[in-house]
Design a protein around this ligand. Structure first.
Ligand code: SAH
Length: 222
């Protein structure tokens, strides 16, 4: 379960976080559960040191290894599409900094997250275990999903996929939602939500253009 850490932060940081929440609301994020979660997660814990002034800007930022911490708007947008109820089991592909995983945890989800770059996963895990001691981090190829804990009420992919990975649709519960950016270029995608029907077919909805780093792995870009 998510617990607010007793970190010491300046009122300036807390003020910037509130401003970010207001900015996201202005940009059309309406889900209060999402906005509250973003208001509770200290993004500076997931951010490279010495770049304090960038922490609460609504922009992506490099975290090393050619990867980025997603733009807060994108985190909010994907989180909103997931339609999470407290207690839902959620799988995230692409832990990266760990920020998106923390936001899901703050929304009341039971979070499983998988990352292919071990050093990123280790950094993220250090912070995530302080915020949620039940959140589970895994190292591996997320295009294979995480069959041991399937099925999931929701799956979120935070890197751009060339196609829909079959392992992920297989590991979705009935009524489960898969949020995934897909595109035929490694750096340009459309956001999709696939919702699993009782007969195993999917309802497919699209939500406009986004730009993610490429999803690698067996069912990703190589
Ligand atoms: N959710 C992250 C954003 C991550 S950027 C955050 O909140 O900061 C996308 C991440 O996906 C990168 O860290 C990249 O290493 C990872 N990734 C790419 N392909 C992957 C795969 N097949 N399995 C797991 N992680 C993958």
């Amino acid at each position: 379960m998510f617990t607010n850490p007793s970190i010491s932060e300046s009122p300036v940081m807390a003020g910037r976080r509130n401003q970010l929440v207001a900015e996201l609301r202005q940009k059309g994020i309406a889900d209060e559960q999402v906005l509250q979660a973003i208001g509770r997660v200290p993004r500076q814990l997931f951010f490279p040191k010495d770049f304090e002034q960038f922490v609460y800007r609504d922009a992506p930022f490099p975290i090393g290894h050619g990867q980025t911490i997603s733009q807060p708007y994108t985190v909010a947008f994907q989180s909103q599409l997931l339609q999470i109820k407290p207690g839902d089991k959620v799988l995230e592909i692409g832990t990266g900094s760990g920020y998106q995983a923390a936001v899901l945890s703050a929304m009341g989800a039971r979070v499983y997250t998988i990352e292919t770059v071990l050093s990123l996963l280790k950094e993220a895990h250090k912070v995530l275990k302080i915020l949620d001691n039940q959140l589970q981090c895994f190292h591996g190829d997320g295009t294979l999903g995480l069959p041991a804990s399937a099925p999931y009420d929701a799956i979120i992919v935070t890197a751009g996929a060339p196609e829909l990975p079959k392992n992920l649709t297989d590991q979705l519960a009935v009524n489960g939602r898969l949020i995934i950016p897909i595109g035929d270029q490694p750096d340009s995608q459309t956001m999709y939500r696939f919702t699993k029907n009782a007969d195993g077919t999917f309802k497919k909805e699209s939500f406009g253009p986004f730009r993610f780093v490429p999803l690698k792995g067996k069912e990703g870009w190589n």
